[in-house]
Design a protein around this ligand. Sequence first.
Ligand SMILES: Cc1cc2nc3c(=O)[nH]c(=O)nc-3n(C[C@H](O)[C@H](O)[C@H](O)COP(=O)(O)OP(=O)(O)OC[C@H]3O[C@@H](n4cnc5c(N)ncnc54)[C@H](O)[C@@H]3O)c2cc1C
Length: 443
Amino acid sequence: MGAGIAGLRTAMLLEKAGHQVTVFEARDRVGGRMQTVEMGDGYYEAGGEWIDADHHRVIRLLREFGVAPEKSSQWPGLVVYQGEFATENQIWPDAALDADLVHEAAEALITKQRRGEDIGEDQPLGAWLDSICKSERGRWWVEAFTRSDEGEDTSQVSLLGWLESYAHYLDREDGVMSLYRITGGGGKLCERMAAKLQDLRLNSPIQHVSDQGEVIDKNGSTHLFDRVVFALPAGCLEKVLDVESQISLKPQEGSFVSYDLSWVFHLPSVKMARSVKLVLQFKNAWWRDKNWSGRMLGDLAFQQTWEIGRGNLNALGVYVCGAEAIQLMEQPNPVDVVLKSITQVHPEARESFISGAVHDWVSDEFAGGAFPYYPVKCAPSMDKPLPNPSPDLGRESKINSTRFKPYGRIHFAGDWACDWMGFIEGALESAERVVEEIKNAGE
Ligand SMILES: Cc1cc2nc3c(=O)[nH]c(=O)nc-3n(C[C@H](O)[C@H](O)[C@H](O)COP(=O)(O)OP(=O)(O)OC[C@H]3O[C@@H](n4cnc5c(N)ncnc54)[C@H](O)[C@@H]3O)c2cc1C
């Protein structure tokens, strides 16, 4: 169920292993949160876009389809705070100091945790950052780059959950992050994957699935399968999972989706980040004339920009996360709001502007948010040691199969049921795990 990249990869691998597979997809397209949109003479990614150099599964998948990843790094970008400019590699000294202090404090906690020492109670990452940063500008800078990674305000994110991801960053080389994009577009890659499948049903939202392998489709018809792979986003879990009444799913308070998954995964809740992407098309790539890549982090309405247009499309992407994303979506014309704020720092944007598009993943009923993160007191690292450095710099070799167990005949895939949580790589990792589970189930 679900023809995002996790479901598609699972289906591909199961068919390869000789299984008969039916994929039910709610939308009229495949790809889920990977969507390549054509605009002007080119295209852009409305959802998942960047691939890290150690996302080995994505790179291998591309190779299977005969393409190499497209090198696309736009680092270092501009940084603008209260009208003053810096760059990511030459940030203001007070901001650099706070970033260093946060890094050292995180490293110290991770080292302690790996030694089995007590690192105290979980708390909101934001509160912990407040206690470390020395300057207002430094605190803003740390928030800006952390929020762009998490897709959410740090006040919402668990310190321990964040440390788990940070532990992996410590073990990586410089320049690994966001080095590539998917050649031809991620959504297009999903279409190519789908073309290989025997039985894919679009416009087929599943209403219920039971641990006995029953799947109820939109017409109320019941289909019985040996195994069901639940490859929906965490934000859609509660809508379709039919569980025994004594097991409670606990949507949590707040305006965004959250479920208690602990009963299945021995994991507490994940939440879906509130992130929206906007795309602004321009007549010309005026940022290149300024010898600038288009990447910028700022304290204005845009939060983050980068060159999103591919092919011959001149376009900037705008990424807005957390509470500001919700506020922006409440505006009558969100594109105009971000254009105004970009024009404040780059006046040439207004003259060159053609049109804009909004991709609001938070109100998308088949996504429920952009990608998953751990809220406070819900990180798995509360119960287990943080990952140790791995010699290949990636987490490819390690699939933590004990964390995500099947529930009856239901197996769980998706970017929330994996170690690379929130990444395309994680969705592929989960697909590989599920296929192993089904092979080992021996039916
Ligand atoms: C704005 C944004 C930016 C991102 N940036 C990056 C990035 O730079 N790098 C990166 O690695 N990742 C990024 N991601 C995350 C990445 O896109 C996801 O991790 C990945 O696409 C998840 O794949 P999936 O198959 O697990 O889930 P999905 O793609 O969400 O697929 C789930 C599928 O299930 C379908 N579905 C839902 N409900 C039902 C139902 N009831 N019945 C049947 N089908 C249903 C959905 O329509 C969907 O097709 C980003 C995501 C967003 C939204």
